[in-house]
Every structure is written in structure tokens, then in C-alpha cells.
Design a protein around this ligand. Structure first.
Ligand SMILES: [Zn+2]
Length: 109
């Protein structure tokens, strides 16, 4: 038995990477950006109160995913705070960042 086709599957194109979620947001330049589903990582973030210099911790959700545009694949990192644009890094930059953070916290955390 074949599963019914979903709207997302119907939106996929021949150029879609296997991980593309099929949702292609319209762009003014008409280029197609393929995005994966986001992976949610729960986290705790330290922030500065907006009316002073007091620090507090808050629970956040960090979304990470892949984007492919113009024959290049990128990794995006977003928060659940809509006022913050996502950070988008190349695959190699993401690997360097992961190695650097691992080395930084390995013996110091
Ligand atoms: Zn796609």
C-alpha cells in the first residue's frame, strides 16, 4: 500500500536535496532555497535584563537545520526569539566551530 502524498511531498522538485522539507519560501530574486526540517535543541541562555546590567538565565529552544541555495549547503541556527535573525554558517565553518567549542570546554567546564 502506498502512503498518501502530502502537500510537502507535492511541493518537492527534482532539484530538492533528499532532506528538503518541500517548503520553498518565495524570494524576490526567484532563487530557490531548500530547507530541512528544524531540529529543536532545548537550552539555557544567560541574558542581560533590558533595564540594567543584571543577568539571569532563561530556557530557550535552539533550532538548527540545513539550507541549500546556489549549489551551496549552509547550516542555520535560530532561536525562539523572533527578533533575532538566524545565524547561517557554511558546513566547514560549522565543523570548525564545533571543534573549537569542544576544545574550549573540554577541560574547563
Ligand atoms: Zn526543495
Amino acid at each position: 500500500m502506498v502512503a498518501p502524498e502530502t502537500t510537502t511531498d507535492a511541493a518537492r522538485t527534482a532539484e530538492c536535496p533528499p532532506w528538503c522539507n518541500g517548503e520553498h519560501e518565495p524570494r524576490r530574486d526567484r532563487r530557490i532555497a531548500h530547507r530541512s526540517e528544524g531540529i529543536i535543541v532545548p537550552g539555557v541562555e544567560r541574558v542581560v535584563h533590558h533595564e540594567g546590567d543584571s543577568l539571569f538565565s532563561t530556557v530557550i529552544e535552539i533550532a538548527i537545520g540545513l539550507e541549500h541555495i546556489d549549489d551551496e549547503t549552509w547550516v542555520w541556527f535560530g532561536s525562539d526569539n523572533p527578533s533575532r535573525p538566524p545565524t547561517v554558517l557554511s558546513i566547514e565553518s560549522t565543523r570548525r566551530l564545533l571543534r573549537a567549542v569542544e576544545a574550549l570546554i573540554r577541560d574547563r567546564a
